[in-house]
Ligand binder design. Structure first.
Ligand SMILES: [Zn+2]
Length: 124
């Protein structure tokens, strides 16, 4: 995987994943996607989330209560915008994906709030 090869990204995808941007809520193509499959990093293609853990959080961003496996993402404390949040990065190429909050459903109690622009979807 070559993290420098980002030529395939759109301007918006580049902004979100490389400049830690946030897409407008309810704008994401994958927000209402209910197909079975795997959500992958739009930058490097790594498997990040399964459709089995996707849920409708009502926030306007694709939300998951768990990750694909323990290597899939890295979590980093983010103190920007006057808040302390946990930033979620791709575990392989460190693309910015979104944030994780502790108000999700069981069994994890976590809510991974992920930009649709950070993700590719591979249908099963
Ligand atoms: Zn990646």
């Amino acid at each position: 995987m070559n993290k420098k090869n980002l030529d395939h990204l759109s301007k918006e995808q580049h902004y979100v994943t490389q400049e830690r941007g946030t897409e407008a809520p309810f704008s994401g193509e994958l927000l209402h996607n209910k197909e079975k499959g795997t959500y992958q990093c739009v930058c490097c293609g790594a498997d990040l989330f399964s459709s089995n853990t996707k849920f409708d959080s009502g926030t306007g961003w694709p939300s998951f209560y768990d990750v694909m496996n323990s290597d899939a993402v890295k979590v980093k404390v983010d103190n920007s915008h006057g808040m302390t949040r946990e930033e979620v990065l791709c575990g392989y190429c460190e693309a910015h994906l979104g944030h994780v909050f502790s108000d999700g459903p069981q069994p994890t109690g976590l809510r991974y709030c992920i930009n649709s622009l950070s993700l590719d979807f591979k249908q099963d």
